[in-house]
Design a protein around this ligand. Structure first.
Ligand code: ZN
Length: 520
């Protein structure tokens, strides 16, 4: 494969999780890495290996998987001052993570080196060179993140250049200039990036933060000046106000500057919503390119006139990023998305086919109740099959019941569930206990299904998320439950919505079993 002119480096799983309110389970991290890989991101940074059990487990699991596009990257720092690099446990963990690429951050700014690190400027250069050389010796691709590069360069360009020269001379494959505090403006980022490329004669990447509201613009300015890698996060998650938003950078580069990045840009909106769903964050309707309002036109004219007029008010064709134009009359809106998804499931329909309209109607109805399908592909597949009359339920539910008892004195608590279902023509009645209502229902339903579907034992519930949502009328608040399941090979997401958390959980649980057991 030809080396792309510009590569994408995603740090949603590391820098992104520094953001307030953003946290991912190991299962989430795996699903996100897989989604980014599928989308065509070139580097996926997984986190600091060994900094916590979650990241350690992540690196353990990614080693057993095959990646189509992405190089999984471990993140760390240069060795500590005044010790040999081989004796620094943090650097050893980077090797132990077993990733093809490693990104290390080092100090550029004399102020930080002497005041915060409390080492001499010379020792800092040795820390950079030793660490890069050590990782290279172990066969890793090494990306060097020059922290505070722009702030430092403005104050002391000579020393700043010495730090990145040390990394280059030690064999770093890429020098990444970081606007760590997010205070730089696009024109200075462009000028400085150009000067550094000329001085180093080596490839340079860009890592920006959005504190001045120009994280994306700074990244574009750097690419314009010759940078060959953009580092950022999906939806701009990150510390303080966030990182450079890859969801904006990618279409700007690909559609406007003609820089080829990913094969199928129409998956962009889906990717953006998927990550928000797993982070349990509502999708921003005003997000550039992918927000629900990005191509919404308020105009009450004749259909054709509005459609014609809309184009003159759009900077790109909405479908190019998987979005859609929303006008007052939008009976065809959304059909292309459904067509694409149906095709992925093996159904070929023509635009305007009655089946497509039927599926779209079902999706819109459920969405108005609070359903989201971007992170619940398995529920979407079931919905399509149900709408087309192709779905055979695993069982018929007669009733379920769930009780919770807790003692105020001893804090002893107990949850019990019963399930009554018809399976293979005969009624099954099972009872089970669990840590909580969902756990108890899960156990009772498994008990009933096990004799008929022994494959159920392979299904593990990996993650469970609850979001309180407001109904469209703003009346009763509903509950959306998202369940991640796995059988050790495949991961799938299911969703349930109800004004009752137990019923919402039940719906997502049943979808999970039906999705998997239908195939086994
Ligand atoms: Zn950063």
């Amino acid at each position: 494969m030809q080396t792309p002119r510009v590569t994408l480096y995603d740090t949603t799983l590391r820098d992104g999780t520094q953001g307030t309110g953003i946290s991912f389970s190991v299962a989430d991290k795996i699903r996100i890495a897989e989604k980014l890989d599928e989308f065509g991101v070139h580097y996926v940074e997984g986190g600091f290996p060994g900094s916590n059990p979650k990241d350690a487990e992540f690196f353990q699991q990614v080693r057993q998987r095959v990646w189509k596009h992405a190089k999984i990257t471990a993140f760390g720092a240069t060795r500590r001052g005044r010790i040999a690099v081989a004796d620094d446990p943090q650097v050893r963990l980077l090797i132990d993570a077993g990733t093809p690429a490693v990104c290390i951050v080092g100090k550029t700014w004399p102020l930080h080196v002497t005041e915060v690190f409390q080492v001499s400027l010379e020792e800092n250069l040795a820390m950079i060179a030793d660490t890069v050389a050590f990782l290279k010796k172990h066969g890793r691709e090494v990306l060097y993140d020059a922290e505070h590069f722009f702030d430092s360069y403005k104050e002391d360009s000579a020393y700043s250049l010495q730090t990145v020269t040390a990394a280059r001379d030690a064999g770093a494959d890429l020098i990444v200039l970081c606007d760590t505090n997010g205070g730089s403006l696009p024109d200075e980022v462009g000028v400085i990036t150009r000067e550094v490329i000329a001085a180093l004669g080596a490839p340079v990447g860009i890592h920006t933060h959005n504190d001045s509201g120009v994280g994306v613009a700074n990244a574009l300015a750097a690419v314009h000046a010759g940078a060959v890698q953009v580092q950022g996060t999906i939806n701009g998650y990150g510390e303080r106000v966030g990182n450079c938003n890859l969801v904006s950078v990618i279409p700007n580069l690909q559609l406007k500057l003609g820089v080829p990045l990913v094969a199928d840009l129409t998956k962009l909106r889906e990717l953006s919503i998927f990550i928000d769903e797993l982070a349990n964050v509502p999708h921003d309707i005003r997000a550039p390119f992918v927000g629900a309002a990005a191509f919404t036109h308020k105009g009450g004219q004749h259909v054709h006139a509005v459609q014609k007029l809309a184009r003159t008010y759009e900077h790109i064709v909405p479908e190019a990023v998987g979005n859609q134009r929303v006008t007052v009359v939008s009976d065809l809106a959304g059909q292309s998305n459904i067509l694409v998804k149906a095709r992925e499931l093996g159904f070929e329909f023509q635009k305007g086919a009655p089946e497509v309209a039927k599926i779209l109607r079902a999706v819109k109805n459920l969405e108005s109740e609070g359903y989201e399908f971007e992170a619940a592909e398995a529920s979407f597949e079931l919905l399509v099959r149900k709408t087309l009359g192709l779905h055979k339920p695993l069982f018929e539910l007669k009733e379920y019941h769930c009780s919770y008892r807790r003692s105020g004195e001893t804090r002893w608590s107990k949850c019990e569930a019963t399930v009554k279902v018809i399976l293979g023509g005969t009624p099954q009645y099972t009872v089970a206990e669990g840590d909580g209502p969902v756990n108890a229902l899960d156990a009772a339903l498994r008990k009933a299904l096990r004799p008929f579907y022994p494959a159920i034992d392979a299904i593990k519930l990996d993650d469970y998320k609850v979001r309180i949502i407001n109904g469209q009328e703003g009346t009763a608040a509903g509950t959306r439950v998202l369940i991640d399941s796995t059988d050790g090979h495949e991961h799938w997401g299911t969703v349930g919505v109800s004004d009752n958390i137990i019923e919402a959980s039940w719906l997502a649980l049943v979808d999970s079993f039906e999705y998997k057991l239908r195939k086994s």
